[in-house]
Ligand binder design. Structure first.
Ligand SMILES: Cc1ncc(C[n+]2csc(CCOP(=O)(O)OP(=O)(O)O)c2C)c(N)n1
Ligand SMILES: CC(=O)[C@@H](O)[C@H](O)COP(=O)(O)O
Ligand SMILES: [Mg+2]
Length: 590
């Protein structure tokens, strides 16, 4: 009977009542459950399907949540969520006011550590294991980490430390030979050799003092359970190498693992993707970046592309296909990506280092110490800037303007549309003697016609988009479109400042001298961002205007569609319109 076992399982204690021979049936039902929900509600798919047996075995063998289980990244934790009290709410996954797409401490005691960014699990589990030792608690601590995530520097730092402790730590490597895109690097080659068993080589994890076992078939429930039971009796740091297939159980997801990482809507029965509408849409900013860099690289051999593990998401894959020797996927290694770019820049190359805004947070010291301090002409393309939607608080790119604003030498530009993105990419490859961050959002812009002849953009210059009276709206980046829609029939001025740094001070003086009220608008945090800079400018020059700073409030923004979140933050065109109308009426009545 369909769902005959899963319907009785709400918590791992229910699972533990079952006989081991019933668990493959639970695995089958859990897979179907996930497929059915993700097919219509969307989300990450392949990673969770790949760890169904591992998830069941872990909750069956260990006494969660007393034993502490941490999922690295957490995009593979859907099975975990369903087995730990969230089956009935799983339909709300990633939606506004629904459960999070990632483990989250405030959501469940079984979510022992909040995740979303990769490669944190080993350090966090080790921290918990050391805490248990100090508190005299007898617990198991388990980190489950993927083959792409374990190649990140941070994971190595955790392994390196753990190997000289006697902490009760079990690291499980879920090796499916792929991240979002195929895994890269020498460690991937090493893991492939281990799997094949063809090449005699020292075991890296044993060399780091871990008690290593595996590789074992991660879809064999009885093997997994017997190995986990054995490992419970082994003292100190342990490492279990498990081989799985990403997308396991859905033919298309196994066959096209990149697409089915997060496939969007699909037919749950056939696995086929639901075709998007055939009307011509404006391009994604990612494709504007990807196509433009290829075009520019054809004429400028100094151009290099770098991505830390997001070739498909960033569209750098286009350049990797055309210029494989000049475009690099360095794996989940944001710090390395930035300093690699810095090294290239010292040798006269023009590196375009494309990193999601949220993941660039990992490389903050590298931006300051390796790039900006040496004033190296690295071009940072910050993808997924602003609110990203359903990935939520861990992934919104809302801090970049604030965290970059205070870095000397760094120029910060936000294109208002696809043409501006293209033109700034063209401009910087002509030659710059400073680093620049170009930030743009996830998804599509609004222009169908964007491949126009290139124009250079004057560094540090803003533009007047509409001349009105009394109220001046200063926008940065793609918020310009919302402003444009908001004020079509209002008598307000609109300026696209383009650069947060350097500020166009000449234009600002002109604006302050010809308007009574100033509104700034950005899709980033209002603390320390663009609006703060305008406030500081006004203060420095003793302007006494009323200044409204619109942006993301000083709190973490949860998940939901971008439009829903913009509405909550009053950054959608309707809210902006209301705000400007209010300001105009105050002025009219004064
Ligand atoms: C610091 C950071 N960089 C990039 C990402 C984007 N990202 C999410 S999952 C993923 C691939 C993870 O691959 P792996 O660890 O092998 O897990 P799998 O998806 O195969 O289960 C990447 C690159 C991230 N979450 N965090
Ligand atoms: C889990 C994770 O970090 C990625 O899979 C992320 O969700 C990708 O985001 P995009 O869909 O915006 O590429
Ligand atoms: Mg993997």
């Amino acid at each position: 009977m369909q769902n005959s076992l899963l319907k009785h399982i709400n918590l791992p204690e229910d699972l533990r009542q079952l006989k081991a021979e019933d668990l493959p049936q639970v695995a089958k039902e859990l897979r179907e459950f996930i497929i059915n929900v993700v097919a219509t509600k969307e989300g990450h798919l392949g990673a969770s399907l790949g760890v169904i047996e591992l998830t069941i075995a872990l909750h069956y063998s260990f006494n969660t949540p007393e034993d502490l289980l941490i999922w690295d990244v957490g995009h593979q934790a859907y099975g975990h969520k369903i087995l730990t009290g969230r089956k009935d709410r799983f339909e709300t996954n990633r939606q506004l006011n629904g459960i999070s797409g990632f483990p989250k401490r405030s959501e469940s005691d079984y979510d022992t550590f909040g995740v979303g960014h990769s490669s944190t699990s080993i350090s966090a589990a080790l921290g918990m294991a050391i805490a248990s030792q100090l508190k005299g608690e007898n617990k198991h601590h388990i980190a489950v980490i993927g083959d792409a995530s374990i190649a990140s520097g941070m994971a190595f730092e955790g392994l390196n430390h753990a190997g000289v402790t006697d902490a009760n730590l079990l690291v499980i490597l879920n090796d499916n030979a792929i991240g979002i895109d195929p895994s890269v690097g020498a460690l991937k080659q090493y893991l492939t050799n281990v799997k094949k068993g063809t090449q005699k080589q020292d075991n890296i994890f044993e060399a780091l003092n871990f008690n290593y076992s595996g590789p074992i078939d991660g879809h064999d429930l009885s093997l997994l359970i017997s190995e986990l039971e054995r490992l419970k009796t082994v003292k100190g740091p342990k490492f279990l190498h498990v081989i799985t297939t990403k997308g396991k159980g859905l033919k298309q997801a196994e066959a096209d693992q990149v697409k089915y990482h997060a496939p969007g809507k699909f037919d749950a029965k056939t696995g086929e993707l639901i075709a998007k509408s055939s009307t011509i849409e404006p391009p994604k900013y990612q494709d504007v970046f990807g196509e433009t860099i290829v075009e520019l690289a054809r004429n400028n051999e100094k151009i290099i592309g770098i991505t830390p593990a997001m070739p498909t998401g960033s569209s750098l894959k286009y350049m990797m296909e055309v210029f494989p020797n000049r475009a690099f996927d360095v794996g989940i290694a944001e710090q390395h990506a930035v300093t690699l770019a810095a090294g290239m820049a010292t040798r006269g190359l023009i590196p375009f280092c494309n990193i999601y805004s949220t993941f660039l947070q990992r490389a903050y010291d590298q931006i300051i110490h390796d790039v900006a301090l040496q004033n190296l002409p690295v071009v940072f393309c910050l993808d997924r800037a602003g609110l990203v939607g359903e990935d939520g608080a861990t992934h919104h790119g809302v801090f970049d303007l604030a965290y970059l604003n205070c870095v000397p030498n760094l120029v910060i530009f936000a294109p208002r549309d696809a043409i501006a993105l293209r033109n700034i990419m063209y401009t910087v490859q002509l030659g710059i003697d400073f680093p620049i961050a170009i930030r743009y959002p996830r998804g599509r812009g609004h222009l169908l016609e964007w491949k126009l002849p290139y124009k250079t953009i004057k560094i540090g210059k803003g533009e007047c988009l509409k001349k009105g009276k009394d109220v001046a709206i200063l926008s940065i980046g793609t918020m310009a479109k919302h402003v444009e829609d908001a004020i079509t029939d209002l008598d307000a001025s609109h300026y696209d400042m383009q650069f947060v740094k350097p500020l166009d001070e000449t234009l600002l003086h002109e604006i302050f001298n010809t308007h009574k009220t100033i509104v700034t608008i950005e899709d980033g945090t209002i603390v320390g961002g663009f609006g703060s800079t305008i406030l500081a400018f006004a203060n420095t020059h003793r302007y006494k205007h009323h200044i409204e700073v619109l942006g993301i409030e000083d709190k973490f923004i949860e998940h939901g569609s971008v439009l829903q979140l913009q509405q909550l933050q009053q950054l959608d065109s309707t809210s902006i319109k209301k705000k400007v109308e209010q300001l105009l009426s105050i002025l009219n009545n004064s």
